[in-house]
Design a protein around this ligand. Sequence first.
Ligand SMILES: CC(C)(COP(=O)(O)OP(=O)(O)OC[C@H]1O[C@@H](n2cnc3c(N)ncnc32)[C@H](O)[C@@H]1OP(=O)(O)O)[C@@H](O)C(=O)NCCC(=O)NCCS
Length: 218
Amino acid sequence: MKEVILFGSTNLATMLYYDAAGRDDFKIACLAVEKAYLRGRTEHLGLPVVVFEEVQDLFPPDEYDMMVLFHGQPRVRERGEKFALAKGRGYLLRNYVSRGADVTPDLTMGENNIIQRGAHVGFGGTMGHDNLIRQMVYLGHEFQIGSHNTFVAGSIIGGNCTIGDHCFFGLGAIVLNWSTIASDSFIGAGSTVIKNTEPFSKNVGNPSRIIGYSHEGE
Ligand SMILES: CC(C)(COP(=O)(O)OP(=O)(O)OC[C@H]1O[C@@H](n2cnc3c(N)ncnc32)[C@H](O)[C@@H]1OP(=O)(O)O)[C@@H](O)C(=O)NCCC(=O)NCCS
């Protein structure tokens, strides 16, 4: 199995480094950081840190896979942009499922999804590309999730929910079962969604109310 280049957040890369320690199926080759964010670093955790713009020359896509690691904050749409950038370089984008996560084997998913330690992913679910499922997230059964969503630690999504793209679920956010979360929705920390959300809406409180709209995509 090919080694993996981790492109993006050093924090997420560090989490994967420790979580994947000792695994034969997930060996990290290097970290790749865009020139503007490199700040003179050449090494992290004993791994080489290379300029993303030059990574193809040193670690070509026919020999290495990649993972794109972005949180989606403060710009939720940055996730999709960086994913497209890496795909455009010809890399296979790997999924990462922690051995400490409880994932039902019938899950179907695209590329570049991360499921971290302590998450529960129920049966009958599908997800697209590039979803970040942080520690202790609960994803109920029979969900349909799009791409580029961020589920921050402790968020709870009831069964049979449908979630679009570019959504952000804050710390401990709750979504009741059978809800539809429109693309580009933001759910605040500790907030409880009891009805469907509107595209680009920022929802906070219990029950949640809309406090504004983001028009990042326009
Ligand atoms: C929603 C959030 C981004 C704040 O957005 P904002 O536009 O700056 O909102 P403000 O702080 O101006 O607050 C606007 C109103 O919403 C309320 N509010 C904001 N966040 C809230 C939340 N999470 N729950 C309940 N009410 C909230 C404020 O009390 C305020 O109410 P008021 O108008 O009655 O005074 C922030 O509170 C939040 O939840 N961030 C997510 C944090 C997180 O999970 N980070 C991940 C770390 S890994």
